[in-house]
Design a protein around this ligand. Sequence first.
Ligand SMILES: NC(=O)c1ccc[n+]([C@@H]2O[C@H](COP(=O)([O-])OP(=O)(O)OC[C@H]3O[C@@H](n4cnc5c(N)ncnc54)[C@H](O)[C@@H]3O)[C@@H](O)[C@H]2O)c1
Length: 429
Amino acid sequence: MGSELIYRGHETQPASDSYSPKPDKPWASVTRAARYLLREQRLLFVLVGIAIASLIFTIVPTSRAPLAPQTNAPILDSINYFPVETQNKFSYQQRMGFGSGNPTGKIPLGLKRKGLRIVVTGGAGFVGSHLVDRLMARGDSVIVVDNFFTGRKENVMHHFGNPNFELIRHDVVEPLLLEVDQIYHLACPASPTNVVGTLNMLGLAKRVGARFLLTSTSEVYGDPLQHPQKETYWGNVNPIGVRSCYDEGKRTAETLTMDYHRGAGVEVRIARIFNTYGPRMCIDDGRVVSNFVAQALRKEPLTVYGDGKQTRSFQYVSDLVEGLMRLMEGEHVGPFNLGNPGEFTMLELAEVVQETIDPNAKIEFRANTEDDPHKRKPDIGRAKELLGWEPKVSLRKGLPLMVSDFRQRIFGDHKEGGTNPTKNTASSA
Ligand SMILES: NC(=O)c1ccc[n+]([C@@H]2O[C@H](COP(=O)([O-])OP(=O)(O)OC[C@H]3O[C@@H](n4cnc5c(N)ncnc54)[C@H](O)[C@@H]3O)[C@@H](O)[C@H]2O)c1
């Protein structure tokens, strides 16, 4: 029975005792494979294939790497102090292709840069919306997270329908999980929730290995005893004053940012922004430039607090956006002062506004507000040297662009209420 099964259909099969094994040919399989390869130039094809694959793996960034492994930790992060070496394997550098295979992360000429996925918190606000315009123009995918506390949908509406653009109505005090490469954190109500929002965004950056940029402020210098202010100056802030909630909130945000950098190895960047103005600025938010412009357009007196001799520097929004992007893409953590070192007293600013909008606009003096800094002017030496950045737009050039936008928003068109017909260039930051 057994032999029937084994030799079925093979009547001529030799008996087992006459079996002799074939002579041993140890290289037979190797020589057969080699002959196969050499036939019809197959070897050449294999070599070309290997070359193409290595080229692709060298130059294409691995930015769409999977999410970092989820831990059981709650999303609202407390700071974990563990050594940088043990940081998330999916660190920003690895995800962006900046690892050993591609130390510079530079893309060879002729190849299109791969778009990044970027979150802009507060992206429907004044600065945020201009930043979003630049990122979208560069070909990135942008997710705006905003609760419209001071921001407006109108600021980003022109991107609706673009598949690279998403808008999420969300309060950053609540955790949020998104897979992104970079986080520009601009959302900032002047309240303690600032700290919670920053903590949430840092937690997100740590979890997904994204690079995080904090928009801090010159207010961290308080009423400065050093002039102009360098980044090394620690400031002079009243911790219990009427302005402290914002100032101390930003100082704490900087502290948290550095702790996440040192403790958890998160890639961070810190910008200290000085007074910025431009189209889409909130009309009635109490900032001095928007106050003066709105008052002059409405034919109201320009209110100057104190004697008007306190100084500020004013930066046009496109200069700031350029600085923020250079900082995010560069190698340096900061903090960096981003501001225009041109210094104006409040009275000088009022004069520029009169020149631009209405030479007959009146000036009205009021008692100064508590803790109003006397002087504010950035030292931008560090940004010049390390980011190759400096502002380009002077107040006299930038103000008319803002006036045009304000006039349109206050009166609904360009004709009413003023004398300056400057064209609105709000969309290009
Ligand atoms: N503009 C300046 O002169 C200046 C100066 C220093 C620092 N900054 C900083 O730059 C950033 C942007 O300032 P801006 O002038 O564009 O202000 P903005 O008020 O126009 O923009 C802030 C945006 O954040 C949103 N936001 C506020 N709280 C939020 C929350 N809890 N969740 C989600 N979104 C929220 C608002 O709706 C708004 O769209 C802020 O962090 C600000 O502190 C600005």
